[in-house]
Every structure is written in C-alpha cells, then in structure tokens.
Design a protein around this ligand. Structure first.
Ligand code: DX5
Ligand code: ZN
Length: 221
C-alpha cells in the first residue's frame, strides 16, 4: 500500500502562499489539497478558479481538488483548465452523480466521490467500480480545524473491505481533524490518502510534512 499526504491550502497563510507551497512540496508532500466552497453546499466560501490557476503555477504536485459545491458538474471543464489532476465531488451535491463521474473521466482527470460523515457507504454501491478515489469526510465539511469524528473509522474499515472483496484498486482519502496524533488508527482502518490542513500549516509546514511522511514509512516497510 502507498500513502500520500495532501496538505490543505485552506489552512495556509495566504500572505505567503508561494513560500508555504514550496515548503510542503520540497518536504515531499505528494498532493496539494484545494477546497472549493460555494457558500451553499457548505456555509463558507473559500476560493475559486483564479486562485487555483495561480497556485497551479507555483507547484507541479498532484492537484487534489475537493468540490464542496452544489451541482459541481457545472465546473468540471473549469477545473480541468485550472489544472486539477483529481476532481472530487460530493455524492450529496450531485443530482446525477453517474453523469458527473463520467464527465470528469472524459475530461482526463482522476475522479473522486466524497461522502459526508452521516452518508452511508451504500451510497457508493452503484459507482464504486467507476471511481479512482473515495473521500470519507472525517468532519462535517466547511471549516478547517475541527475535531475528527471517531465513528467514521467504521466506514473506512467497511469501505476498504468492500474494495478488496471486489478486487478494485480505489484510494481512500480522509479529510478533517487528521494530525500526526490521530493518523495511525485511520491508516490502520484502511485510508491511504490523508488531507491535513491545520496540522501542516501554521508552524513549520515542512517539519510537519516530514513528520507525517515518517509515520507513513513505518507502514510501508
Ligand atoms: C473541511 C475541508 C478540509 C480542511 C481540513 O471542510 O474539506 O480539507 O481544510 O482541515 P483540518 O485538517 O484542519 O481539519
Ligand atoms: Zn477538503
């Protein structure tokens, strides 16, 4: 199993964003996680296309775009143009999830489907074989710095089991309240892509990144 760290830009210092991105990039973070919020699907509004396009210039790490937006199918082409490598949409936000998943694939991006904490993994029954990644939200989406919700561990475990039973190769990403102190049980439950905002940015993002990567190495051995 491989493990990837996806520092969430939402928690970065926007007055020195280039510097912060360089720090996590050089320290070895494989993905950069970008939270797009519309003020409707979630209460907050974060950033959109011009900011993404700007950040794209600053790093060539994998762009992991998390759409917390109603009917994200409307923005698939915009996200492709901004350089998204993985585009993740919420099952709860898509009236026609199958169509959106196919749109993303046709755009040449990897596709992720996200589930809020209270959405059961059965919501993926019909679509699991057609996605590259499932994002299990481990907090209610909308804000950084929240506390990890423990019952999501069971969802991660049963999803990993299901993926294995079906012989699929699907990444499980987790997002919310992930830190060096909370990451081990989540990894042991079967997650392999870890979003971390406040645990990476704030104080010494490069050192925090290395701390996560050291933990991953213990499990990769
Ligand atoms: C929350 C966002 C997260 C957020 C995570 O809705 O999707 O990506 O930045 O922040 P932390 O790691 O601080 O919980
Ligand atoms: Zn996110």
């Amino acid at each position: 199993m491989y493990y990837k760290l996806a520092p969430s830009v939402l928690a970065a210092d926007f007055t020195k964003l280039g510097e912060e991105l360089r720090a996590v990039d050089e320290a070895g973070a494989q993905y950069i996680h970008l939270d797009v919020m519309d003020g409707a699907f979630v209460p907050s509004i974060s950033f959109g296309m011009p900011v993404l396009a700007g950040i794209r210039e600053a790093t060539d790490r994998v762009f992991d775009v998390h759409m917390m937006v109603e009917e994200p199918g409307r923005y698939v082409e915009d996200m492709r143009r901004c350089g998204a490598d993985i585009l993740t949409v919420h099952a709860e936000a898509c009236t026609h999830l199958d169509r959106v998943v196919n749109q993303i694939k046709e755009g040449g991006m990897r596709v992720g489907v996200a589930l809020n904490p209270a959405t059961p993994i059965s919501a993926l029954d019909c679509i699991l074989g057609n996605v590259d990644m499932v994002l299990i939200m481990t907090v209610n989406p909308g804000f950084g710095g929240q506390r990890f919700i423990p019952y999501t561990l069971d969802k991660i475990r049963s999803l990993r089991r299901r993926i294995e039973e079906q012989g699929l190769s699907v990444d499980i990403e987790v997002d919310g309240g992930i830190s060096p102190a909370t990451v081990r049980p989540v990894l042991e439950a079967g997650a392999n892509v870890f979003v971390a905002g406040s645990a990476v940015f704030g104080q010494d993002p490069a050192a925090r990144t290395r701390e996560f990567l050291e933990i991953f190495k213990e499990y990769e051995r």
